[in-house]
Structure formats: C-alpha cells, structure tokens
Ligand binder design. Structure first.
Ligand code: GTP
Ligand code: MG
Length: 136
C-alpha cells in the first residue's frame, strides 16, 4: 500500500487534485482542537469528489483526541461523516488510538471492492499491494 500524506494548505490543492486522480482511498483529517480545520473538511471532500475517478472510499477522522482542549464534539464529527455517508473515527497520533484501525478498515474495504477478481482477499495478489491511499 502506498500512502501519500499531503499538507492542508491552499498552495497544495493542485498537487492534491493530481493525486486524487489515482488514489484508491482517502482519509480526511481535522484537528478536534481547531475549529477552522473542521470547517475545511467540506472543502476537502468537495475537492476529492470532483477529482477522484473512481468511487473510492473516503473516511473522516478527528485528530488529537488525547487533548482536553477540544472544540469539536465527537457528535459533531459523527454528524458530518453521516452527512457525507462516510465512516468516522477519532484518533491520536500521540497515543496511537484508532490509527491502525483506520488502515485495517480501509484495507478490508479495498479488498472487498475488488469485484470479479478471483484473488479477492488474497494478499499475495500484487494489485492489492499497489493500492494508493491519500491522507489529507
Ligand atoms: N497531542 C497531540 N498532538 C499532535 C497529534 N497529531 C499531531 N500533533 C502535533 O500537532 C502539530 C502538527 O502536526 P502535524 O502532523 O505536522 O500536522 P499536519 O496536519 O500534518 O499539518 P500539515 O501537514 O501542515 O497540514 C505537531 O506539533 C504535532 O506534534 C495528536 O494526535 N496529539
Ligand atoms: Mg503533515
């Protein structure tokens, strides 16, 4: 699996649009302590939907769930994900909470969506290891 970690600044939008053309899955992140990063989620999902060429899975994650100075409640993140019909997580890069879960869940979705492939679910299938995942 190839993972592209893009940065969240405006100047990166052109390169992000380029990556969207080949990515097989997307993780959209916001910081639960930063209101503006949450507001930006709508823009990132719009950019993904306008530029992805397949019906690739998107998941939403609120980061820094180890911190007490939260300004975006869990329910707000859940509602936002519900609006887009995507899965939601709260994660922490500091404690590792849910970090592996996102990737294992996405891996399962990618494997199960390999319709018509006799090797479905077979990790020895080389095309599985070529799955590309974009993190925003
Ligand atoms: N407490 C805590 N701090 C975190 C967490 N994730 C990142 N940080 C801190 O937040 C700051 C920014 O983290 P980055 O990983 O650079 O954030 P980013 O979203 O990749 O930023 P861009 O690439 O510029 O869009 C750093 O000081 C990190 O140490 C987390 O889960 N918990
Ligand atoms: Mg970064």
């Amino acid at each position: 699996m190839q993972i592209y970690d893009t940065e969240g600044s405006e100047r990166s939008i052109p390169i992000i649009k380029t990556y969207c053309k080949t990515a097989h899955a997307y993780i959209v992140l916001y910081d639960i302590t930063n209101f503006y990063s949450y507001v930006d989620v709508n823009n990132w999902i719009k950019i993904i939907n306008e530029n992805t060429q397949e019906n690739s899975p998107i998941v939403l994650a609120g980061t820094k769930c180890d911190l007490d100075e939260r300004c975006i409640k869990t329910e707000i993140g859940e509602k936002c994900a519900e609006k887009f019909g995507i899965k939601f997580y709260e994660i922490s890069a500091k404690t590792g909470d849910n970090c592996n879960k996102i990737f294992s869940d996405l891996t399962e979705v990618l494997l199960s969506s390999k319709k018509g492939n006799q090797n479905q679910g077979d990790k020895s299938d080389k095309s599985f290891w070529n799955a590309k995942c974009l993190i925003q």
